[in-house]
Design a protein around this ligand. Sequence first.
Ligand SMILES: [Zn+2]
Length: 483
Amino acid sequence: MRCAVYVRVSTDMETQKTSIAHQKNFFEKYIENKRWTLYKIYQDIESGRSIKKREGLQALLEDSKEGKFDIVLTKSISRFARNTLEGLILVRDFKARNIRFVTIEDGFDSEEYDEFMFTLLLSIAQKESEKMSERIRFGKLCRAKRGYYNGSNPPYGYKKLDKYTMIPAEDITTYVVKKIFSMYLEGKGLYKIAKELNKHGYPTPSQAAGKQNSGVIWHQSSIRKILSNRFYVGDLVQNKSRTVNVLTGERKENKEEIIIIKNTHDGIIDPLIFEEVQKRLKENKKKKIGNQTHLFSGILVCGECNRKMYYKKNRDAYICATVNKMGKDYCNGAYIKEEILIKLICSELKKIINENCCKNMLLKEIEKEIKNGDEQKKLRKLEKSIIKLNQKKDRLIDMMMDYLIDKKMYIKKMREIEGQKSLLEENKEVIIERLKKRKGYGEQVVKEIFMMESLDRMVINKLIEKIKVFKNGKVIIEYTFKL
Ligand SMILES: [Zn+2]
């Protein structure tokens, strides 16, 4: 696999952590790890708000036409494309050239996911950046009101500086956190990592917190908890979910609004490393869940007793494990038909994409693109040339009428002009044809994206963390992404 890497930074926004050198370093290691080869790193540096020509991206596109690489890697979708349409067109072009497109942070892989997913991720990314400044403001408010961290103890590897500030402890625990991440990236599993930590006798989270009767053994679950805690990159996170009532169709956000406040404290893990770890955790989970045959197996939980729900073939529905095993005396028992759940999830996902990526906006973008495109310019130029030729023809007729040229000359010149004109007209037809197709293409793209009528295991794993079903028909969906 020959890899092209695209990095983009804006000089006034980036901290040290996301600098170009740093990104390059990350990708070099990433590629080495996969035993691929690096073809070239393309880069664009922007300053201020203006978007420059993006020569790096242009060069990448040119080289992609010549098939110089097989895969394009970049940090995130929003880094790559300025808007949804541009992103879609680029990815379609790559696909047509058999080039795979992978983004690390949002985990998009053109080999695995379709355009619906791409659009969804892109609109999430756009929303994210819009909300960024809002969040920073909110973060300050948060800090002033409640302090940094809601938990009573600092996360493993951190200590409290004062009531409101968490800083890396810079002791053995901070070292252990870094060690856990690096071991996982080296390919060690949770069990192996736990074993190794136990061998060294490193303090466990409950020991570090100074709990009485604290456990001295590292378990896989505590390793997983650390690996998936975003606090370690410097962000503060609270969970968010969306509640839907199947019976009434009523939707509401949970009281606990999502809060991801970026850069609230010093991180100890690099964001790119963190994202890579999340991706692998998910992949491993997927492998486990992948063995189960039913669409929602493994992510469906009974809201009444918090146990898993199982698929019952004879009813084409999921039922609570407790009820299934021990009967109705032990749990009120959630129950949901698969068909209903599929419809519900589809409509929720569509709703999210509609809220975040308006169809009309997308069409407008397409029309703008067509209007401003090179083809339109060419067309106008051609039309001007045709008018000029017509004027030439008129003048020629005048000249012959005035006996300024003889008939032989007239016919010769006229033939030349007609020849040129028909050539131009042919060109014009070709362009008009192409423009027509383009317009239809845009509409087609939009239609396809918003269709999304089937769900598959892949899409569900990518987007949904957990679904809780209650007896009264309430369904709570926890997404893997945050809006
Ligand atoms: Zn139950």
